[in-house]
Design a protein around this ligand. Structure first.
Ligand SMILES: CC(C)=CCC/C(C)=C/CC/C(C)=C/COP(=O)(O)O
Length: 256
């Protein structure tokens, strides 16, 4: 009966044992070709491609991210209570859609542009011009991140949104959430409002965020990241603040 060792060892003329590597016994070809798989007979000795090894030994970060993703998908599905007319809170869907329009890019862009054309004080023009710049920057940033991440919207989402652009088939981050956080910080910094109104502005931003998940448009992490991104974006807008001194040509366009 041949010993198990004999299949992997060969005696040379000098009597020394020469170890044959399994790799050298295999036929040439790509590492994971069907012929190679057939020859190895699926035995445990065949080395795995590097990416498979990584799947078998996921890092702590990998496990944490997969768990977060699983919780995110589960929570988003449960919270998507207005995703359709027949959903648990389907009757609230029309109200959620009004909130959706209140955070949409078109009314904000058109409203700011209209205000800019109507304003007769240079201080108001400066604020509105910067708001317009902030809204455009937000649209571009969200489109770039959506295009890079390419995360699909939740499967329970009904794609019946008011005016979208091509990247809006993706969900990460929520454009409504970034805009709500950005506009909220902008308004709180540049408009003198009574405390109840300031509270209302913050509530509006939070409700816009929550409504994205309830409508089934987004997962929870899309909205949380969107709110953070919009919050951070306001700091960029403040840093790049346009004034008659820094952008005289732009202000000359709007002076009557
Ligand atoms: C000037 C210009 C290109 C305007 C485009 C305005 C527009 C269609 C914005 C899209 C707003 C939108 C539907 C964002 C998606 O929000 P999510 O919260 O669903 O990510």
């Amino acid at each position: 009966m041949p010993s198990p060792r004999s299949s992997r060892e060969r005696r040379t003329g000098s009597g020394r044992l020469e170890f044959l590597s399994l790799v050298s016994q295999r036929s040439p070809g790509p590492p994971d070709s069907p012929s190679r798989r057939r020859e190895s007979g699926g035995s445990a000795a065949a080395p795995l491609p590097e990416e498979d090894c990584m799947k078998l030994n996921p890092s702590f970060l990998g496990i944490a991210l997969s768990s977060l993703l699983a919780i995110d998908l589960w929570a988003s599905k449960r919270l998507g209570v207005c995703a359709g007319e027949s959903s648990a809170w389907g009757s609230v869907r029309p109200l959620m859609k009004v909130i959706e329009v209140s955070g949409h890019g078109i009314p904000w862009l058109l409203g700011t542009f209209y205000g800019l054309c109507q304003s007769d004080s240079s201080a108001a023009r400066e604020v509105l011009l910067n708001l317009l710049f902030a809204l455009l920057l937000d649209l571009v940033l969200v489109a770039v991140v959506k295009g890079i991440v390419k995360r699909r919207r939740p499967t329970h989402n009904k794609m019946d949104m008011f005016v979208t652009i091509s990247v809006d088939k993706y969900s990460f981050p929520s454009g409504h959430a970034t805009r709500a956080a950005l506009v909220c910080r902008f308004v709180l910094h540049h408009l003198v409002l009574a405390v109840p109104l300031r509270v209302l502005v913050v509530l509006w931003a939070l409700i816009v965020g929550v409504s994205r998940v309830m409508l089934g448009r987004h997962n929870v992490t899309d909205v949380l990241f969107g709110l953070l991104l919009g919050y951070a974006l306001y700091s960029v807008v403040e840093y790049c603040w346009l004034s008659p001194l820094s952008a005289p040509a732009l202000f000359a366009l709007w002076s009557h």
